[in-house]
Design a protein. Structure first.
Length: 153
């Protein structure tokens, strides 16, 4: 079985970071992915989807340090749904992407201007994605990322 999400989009707000009682960083991102297409009438249409992304540990610290509203980012991770209770005791559910890799893409949307990849495991940033122990975690090599106008979403 496979649970894998790959997103490229822009942050809709600055990262929101907190720390657990044991000092582990938890960073939440609001990521927008936009697709452009022509409808049946031939009119150009844009459709934006918003995604909740959570980054834990060192990956969250890096996101908090380098990302800001408008930053373009590549996120790889898995889809998780959490159950929680609101103040009235009602069950609520949140679906989010638990990131296992992040790559800052830069460009007009902001970001670092680089193309550094940050896997969930610690260590220095690399210019190419690192392999994880997950056999399905192979990351695509984007090489030179095209200008914003060349990306179809």
């Amino acid at each position: 079985m496979l649970n894998k999400a790959i997103l490229i989009g822009n942050l809709g707000a600055d990262p929101e970071t907190r720390f657990t009682q044991d000092g582990t960083c938890v960073c939440n991102l609001r990521l927008a992915t936009t697709e452009k297409f022509k409808n049946r009438a031939g009119e150009q249409v844009e459709k934006t989807e918003w995604h909740r992304v959570v980054l834990w540990g060192r990956l969250g610290e890096i996101a908090n340090q380098y990302l800001k509203k408008g930053s373009r980012v590549y996120i790889e991770g898995k889809i998780e749904t959490r159950k929680w209770q609101d103040r009235d005791g009602n069950d609520r559910y949140t679906t989010e992407i638990r990131a296992t890799e992040m790559k800052m893409l830069g460009g007009q949307g902001g970001g670092s201007g680089g193309g550094n990849s940050f896997p969930t495991q610690g260590g220095a940033p690399q210019n190419t994605p690192q392999k994880s122990s997950d056999p399905f975690a192979e990351s695509p090599d984007f090489g030179d990322v095209p200008a914003d106008d060349d990306i179809p979403f």
